[in-house]
Ligand binder design. Sequence first.
Ligand code: HEC
Length: 144
Amino acid sequence: MKRAAAARAALAVVAVAVAGPGVARAGSAHVDYMLECQGCHLADGSGSPGAVPDLRASLPTLVRTAEGRGYLVRVPGSASSPLSDAELAAVLNWMVASFAGDAAGPGFEPFSAAEVASYRRVPLLRVEALRTRLLGAAEVEDVY
Ligand code: HEC
């Protein structure tokens, strides 16, 4: 029993070290991206043909309109993530800078926590239909 308790205590220390605020929430958008998004979108945003879109191809178009910005927030991977509105805004800004770069255009306004909050409360039920309307059918084929 004593040994089990000691093992549990040791495990708790490890768990705190791994999941503690210093590691899991370092305030770094890149770390949040790695933890919450990269599993599907990959380190370079290229995704997976036929399953996860190539963000390098889609973001430059999607960031240019208010409806497109709303889509980026409301898409399930974004909206349903455990990130706070401020953290999600930071991750989206990091993604645009990293994967769209100059293609986002000089007028790109960073997402704010308030903008994310306003879009996030509106569920997006027909993801593919909105995506197709925003990108156009040809581009959707290219991206996936
Ligand atoms: C389980 C896999 C998965 C995870 C994890 C995931 N996504 Fe996605 N993401 C997708 C898929 C698939 C799409 C295409 C739209 C759809 O079907 O939801 C997508 C689309 C997007 C888009 C719109 C780009 C486009 O071309 O349609 C954004 C922005 C996005 N995800 C952000 C995120 C963020 C931010 C996270 C992490 C907080 C995240 N995703 C986590 C699978 C994922």
